[in-house]
Design a protein around this ligand. Structure first.
Ligand code: PEP
Ligand code: MN
Length: 270
């Protein structure tokens, strides 16, 4: 590789700030994305959207196409889920984030503000090239067994197609302990900031896999200088159709937002 990679600080020394509606991600900003793992019903997504907005989240997440380990688990409401997400967006004004698993589905995502590429698809190069051709931001999650170089080169696939609005998301990597779902790689935050101008956010929900661990992981990531967080929130985690174990209740999320604000004041002034 002879030319300078577009993700690198050499190519673009200043932090990239990705704008999504009124939200800004990167640079001096700190941005929180929150919502359920899966969109389940209109009432569920609208209730959670209002709650996370009131607690300070700037973007709403909600999966409609779900990459589940077992083919027999809930696979998402698909097109219907995206319609319900649009209703929540209209009701709250929050921009939305949702995962796309295949380029053929992209036309359904017209009203989604940020396309999420999940950990399992981090090296789906055809999908990366397809979202690289879009005129909307992409939230790229780190694969659970991928190095930072591989992560950054996957971002490069999107940048190389002309889409400069890429947000990186560390969401835990596979380790050998079975107690938590993954292991949050906190060092990745600084290492990525050194190597790239792209914003780096952290998803403590998938990293931990257990709701009890999510607040501490979120605060640790904040202290380490991430540009924002993505957190799963559900009004009734016990009955969630996916990832209930790691979902915070709205009041727990609101409490965490207060703690995160305090950490930011101490740690980096963001
Ligand atoms: C998700 O955000 O719900 C998800 C499936 O995340 P990941 O790709 O990080 O597992
Ligand atoms: Mn999830």
């Amino acid at each position: 590789m002879s030319e300078t990679l577009q993700y690198s600080r050499e190519h673009h020394p200043e932090d990239t700030v990705v704008e999504v509606g009124e939200a800004k991600i990167g640079g001096d900003h700190f941005t929180v994305i929150a919502g359920p793992c899966s969109v389940e019903s209109e009432e569920q997504i609208v209730t959670v959207a209002k709650a996370v907005k009131a607690a300070g989240a700037q973007l709403l997440r909600g999966g409609a196409f779900k990459p589940r380990t077992s083919p027999y688990d809930f696979q998402g409401l698909k097109a219907e889920g995206l319609k319900l997400l649009s209703i929540a967006k209209a009701e709250t004004g929050l921009p939305t984030v949702s995962e796309c698993m295949g380029a053929d589905d992209l036309p359904l995502f017209e009203d989604v503000d940020v396309i999420q590429i999940g950990a399992r698809n981090m090296q789906n190069y055809e999908l990366l090239k397809a979202v690289g051709k879009l005129d909307k931001p992409v939230l790229l999650k780190r694969g659970r067994a991928n190095t930072l170089r591989e992560f950054l080169l996957s971002a490069e696939y999107i940048l190389a197609e002309g889409n400069s609005r890429v947000i990186l998301c560390e969401r835990g990597i596979r380790a050998f302990d079975e107690g938590s779902r993954n292991t949050l790689d906190l060092a990745a935050i600084s290492m990525l900031h050194e190597r790239t101008h792209l914003p780096v956010i952290v998803d403590p929900s998938h990293a931990a896999g257990i709701a009890k661990l999510v607040p501490t992981m979120a605060m640790a990531a904040t202290a380490c200088g991430c540009d924002g967080l993505m957190i799963e929130v559900h009004t009734d985690p016990e009955s969630a159709l996916s990832d209930g174990l790691q979902s915070l209740r709205p009041e727990e999320f609101a409490g965490l937002m207060g703690q995160v604000r305090q950490i930011r004041e101490i740690a980096n002034g963001k």
